[in-house]
Design a protein around this ligand. Sequence first.
Ligand SMILES: Nc1ncnc2c1ncn2[C@@H]1O[C@H](COP(=O)(O)OP(=O)(O)O)[C@@H](O)[C@H]1O
Ligand SMILES: [Mg+2]
Length: 252
Amino acid sequence: MTQVGNKEIEEETITERHNRILSSITHDLKSPINAIISCASLLNEKSREDFSDPMSGEFLKMILKAGHEAHSLVQGILTMAKMEAGKDKIEPELVFDIKGELSETINTFRYEAEARNIKIIIEVENPLPVVRWDMKRLRLHALNNLISNALKFSPSGGTILVSAETDGNMVVLKVEDDGIGVPPEERERIFKRFEQVGLTSTRVFKGAGLGLHNARMIVERHGGDIYALDATKGKGAAFVMLLPFTAEEPMR
Ligand SMILES: Nc1ncnc2c1ncn2[C@@H]1O[C@H](COP(=O)(O)OP(=O)(O)O)[C@@H](O)[C@H]1O
Ligand SMILES: [Mg+2]
């Protein structure tokens, strides 16, 4: 068979695989959305009879959790589509307080972390430089996903370390956990869209497998790099982002 023939066959299989994964994701979207709707209706009926019902709080938590799951799946798909179509340009601005940005990002995960007894610690070099990045997109597409992955794979009672230091004219942002880690042979593949560790035909972990792909796209648009390592303390995963002080989109 010719090389072209082989390539065509390979691309057909990839497209089929992506379609299958997309339909499985859409299927996953249905259950959180259904949960949102039924919990909201139950809450609505209950609260009319009894505003002090203790179950109301539980329903509200379920609504929030399901809502966030659905939202992050949809967000991942939309981000990928936009960035791949070249429609989502970065808008770098001066960032004076990297530590503050890290703390604010972490705060949105506090509730989930406390519920599972997971500590999130920040360690930064002092002082850090003023940089020129698109912090909004870095938080939304990269940091949020690294921290949510770290939480997803952390054992109860675990610790997540978020750190920032300089190396030459780069800032090194790192998110480390003490979870199951990423085997060395999977460390590149997980950055490809829809890929999760150890998976060939089924998805075991919730999520679309788009988070790291999107994170890499946004980091590369800053002229930076992102990769996975062993956590410094041996067990668990570390995800490292190298970002130049001033974001510069590389020439294509
Ligand atoms: N902190 C981590 N510890 C262990 N495995 C991880 C971690 N972060 C990511 N992974 C692996 O990389 C895969 C891809 O991550 P991601 O692109 O964010 O997709 P998703 O979170 O939707 O699965 C995960 O499914 C998991 O297999
Ligand atoms: Mg993820």
